[in-house]
Design a protein around this ligand. Structure first.
Ligand code: ATP
Ligand code: MG
Length: 319
């Protein structure tokens, strides 16, 4: 098939509290459905950057499933391996935002159509000639058959295929220990690791994020730690470099990390250096937080380029 980028996992819709600070257990208003899921956001953004992208996933035969699938297809993702599971509903997540910047998610994923993803969904033909495969902790924890599907994909993956891993731990979904146990193989196969918040500490057991990221770097990985409005930090054989981001008004942060990671990988596939790719990806991450809904703010390639030329930035090398 010769895809540039492939990923898989729960394809879902997100329903968002319209009022900040209102817990999910209290009655109130929601907005949505918005197409979502960490790997779907990633692949949607990569397709918008111009890469040849495919997605493997399962939805229900319902309006939410069509909403999510049609968005991927509209934005240029190949959906020939997105399947409909009879008798199952499309996965849904609900999210509430709080005044301190925290978020709370409520998931209907494992028992939904998304949880039906299994090794039979992996067609060896789809992996032939693949340049890049993306894995996340959230997608691996979708269900035991989903994990088995990832195992099969890793077994069949050409040796030349690069792999990225984003921990994307959602504590509401699984405990850290469970996620760690799930992700060992993905981490050892990964060329690029994309943690945020305290994920490096949780995975490596290191005393702090910096040590955790350096530990991965010393295992031969390139690490790009996402730090929201503070930008990102790169750890690789050339040292540690901070890449500042752009100043924007943050309306909805969900999905910024996935859009950022997709733009980073897309630019690496265009042979940019990791530092150049991270500058470009920062623009995509920043632009994506300006709209309500995890995919709604993802810009087109032309929009990113116009944004970057209007808001030039400098790189500060830390060491
Ligand atoms: P999520 O898991 O919610 O998708 P994340 O925590 O993995 O997100 P973030 O650090 O939030 O990832 O975002 C990725 C990148 O996008 C940041 O490193 C930064 O470059 C850019 N970015 C994110 N939020 C902002 C913001 N408010 N202002 C400017 N840039 C931002
Ligand atoms: Mg993340």
């Amino acid at each position: 098939m010769n895809l540039d980028i492939l990923t898989m996992g729960p394809l879902l819709v997100e329903i968002i509290r319209t009022e900040k600070g209102l817990p999910l257990g209290e009655s109130g208003y929601f907005a949505g459905p918005f197409p979502s899921g960490d790997t779907p956001i990633f692949i949607d953004a990569a397709a918008k950057m111009g890469r040849k992208c495919g997605f493997v996933g399962v939805v229900g035969d319902d309006d939410f499933g069509r909403c999510a699938t049609e968005r991927l297809s509209h934005d240029g993702v190949d959906i020939s391996f997105v399947r409909t599971a009879p008798g199952k509903s499309t996965a849904v997540t609900f999210v509430a935002y709080f005044h301190d910047g925290s978020r709370k998610f409520l998931y209907h994923v494992r028992d939904a159509a998304a949880g039906e993803l299994n090794p039979e969904d992996i067609d060896p033909f789809y992996l032939e000639g693949l340049k890049w495969f993306h894995i996340t902790g959230f997608s691996l924890s979708g269900s035991s058959s989903t994990k088995a599907a990832f195992e099969k994909a890793l077994d069949l993956l050409p040796k030349t295929t690069k792999v990225s891993f984003d921990p994307n731990i959602r504590p509401e979904q699984l405990s850290t220990d469970e996620v760690r146990a799930l992700c060992g193989r993905a981490i050892s196969r990964a060329d690029l690791i994309l943690p945020s918040a305290n994920e490096a500490t949780m995975f490596t057991g290191a005393k702090d994020e910096e040590t955790g990221c350096l530990q991965w770097r010393d295992m031969g990985k390139t690490v790009v730690r996402k730090r929201g409005s503070e930008g990102c930090r790169i750890y690789d054989s050339d040292g540690v470099t901070d890449i500042p981001t752009f100043e924007v008004e943050e309306i909805d942060p969900t999905g910024a990390g996935d859009a950022f990671s997709a733009a980073l990988v897309s630019m690496l596939l265009e042979n940019l250096t990791i530092r150049e790719a991270a500058q470009f990806a920062s623009a995509v991450g920043a632009m994506s937080v300006r709209r309500v809904g995890p995919m709604e703010g993802i810009p087109t390639r032309d929009e990113v380029e116009a944004f970057i030329s209007k808001n030039q930035q400098t790189i500060e090398v830390q060491s």
